[in-house]
Design a protein around this ligand. Structure first.
Ligand SMILES: Cc1cc2nc3c(=O)[nH]c(=O)nc-3n(C[C@H](O)[C@H](O)[C@H](O)COP(=O)(O)O)c2cc1C
Length: 302
């Protein structure tokens, strides 16, 4: 049985990885699962200098999901290299660093600082809904996407994954802009803008009022978008949004994703990534699928 996949020239032993921001840099989760079993570890967003994020409350549960307005709290790239990367490089897995910034030059500072490190791939976060500058404001306009991706790409030594926002009218246009600007792969989707009101407190549930919706509730939207983008561009796609089980992951692979990421599920089940991986293997054995890459050729009507 083959579980290995190739994303932009990098071989992953299997298609499963955590989604950025839901797994720290792996340290806490290494107490619950063996990081060596993952196809990759994806870190929380890393900026050029430390960010404190948004004020609390910044997470709240919703029907089949959650809203967050964490706002890319992180220690900055130098601290990340000294502490998190020192830890992560001991594992037999690929390291993907999620890169964030308020401006193009801040993104460039991060990818430049990571040039001579053991990082395997970079994931450009131009889709965070929780920061005022950078983030989603870069990822929702085709010209801006082209500008950011082409300028950052010139400074990257590792393959560049561009993370797309679902908060757009036509995600295929954004995907095409990223492809023509030199992206090596796409990851999708980031969270959807949402709001929750606590009627008894007569107040917003999040201090920032608006947050990003994730979890099972968004899966049909994510699967639809992966399917559409698969047909619009040639780049490999890392699919995510509401994956809870192996069969959820296989849905994304059938829709056209090469690999998958698990986010919100890890908050209630810290072993979720491994459970999803085991679920994929059980499905493959049961239905005689010899190669995980076969899922992408399986849909009866395309
Ligand atoms: C608490 C939280 C923090 C997140 N932080 C980041 C981040 O730093 N960078 C990023 O690109 N996406 C971030 N995301 C988005 C996830 O990586 C993922 O795209 C999204 O949650 C959808 O997947 P899920 O439904 O499996 O959680 C975050 C999501 C959550 C819930």
């Amino acid at each position: 049985m083959n579980l290995a996949v190739n994303v932009a020239g990098i071989t992953l032993k299997n298609p499963v990885m955590p989604a950025s921001g839901t797994f720290g840099s792996g340290k806490e989760f290494s107490e619950f699962l063996d990081l060596n079993r993952l196809g990759a570890v994806v870190t929380k967003g890393v900026a050029s200098v430390s960010w404190s994020g948004n004020p609390p409350p910044r997470c709240t549960e919703t029907a089949s999901g959650m809203l967050n307005s964490v706002g890319l709290q992180n220690p900055g790239v130098e601290s990340f290299i000294r502490n998190d990367l020192e830890f992560l490089k001991n594992f037999n897995t690929n390291i993907i660093v999620n890169v964030c910034g308020h401006s193009i030059s801040e993104y460039i500072d991060v990818v430049t600082a990571l040039r001579d490190t053991p990082v395997h791939m970079l994931e450009l976060n131009i889709s965070c809904p929780n920061v005022a500058e950078g983030g989603m404001s870069f990822g929702t306009d085709c010209h801006m996407v082209e500008k950011v991706v082409s300028r950052v790409k010139k400074h990257c030594r590792q393959p560049l994954i561009v993370k797309l926002s679902p908060n757009v009218t036509d995600i295929c246009e954004i995907a095409k802009a990223a492809e023509s600007a030199g992206a090596d792969a796409l990851s999708m989707i980031n969270t959807l803008l949402g709001m929750k009101i606590d009627v008894k407190r007569r107040n917003f549930s999040l201090a920032k009022k608006v947050g990003g919706l994730s979890g099972a509730a968004i899966k049909p939207i994510a699967v639809r978008m992966v399917y559409q983008v698969r047909r619009a561009v040639k780049l490999p796609i890392i699919g995510m949004g509401g994956i809870m089980t192996g069969e959820d992951a296989i849905e994304f692979l059938m829709a056209g994703a090469t690999a998958v990421a698990i986010g919100t599920a890890s908050f209630h089940t810290p072993t979720a990534c491994i459970d999803v991986l085991d679920g994929i293997e059980v499905f493959m054995r049961r239905y005689n699928v010899p190669d995980v890459n076969d899922f992408g050729r399986m849909l009866e009507s395309n």
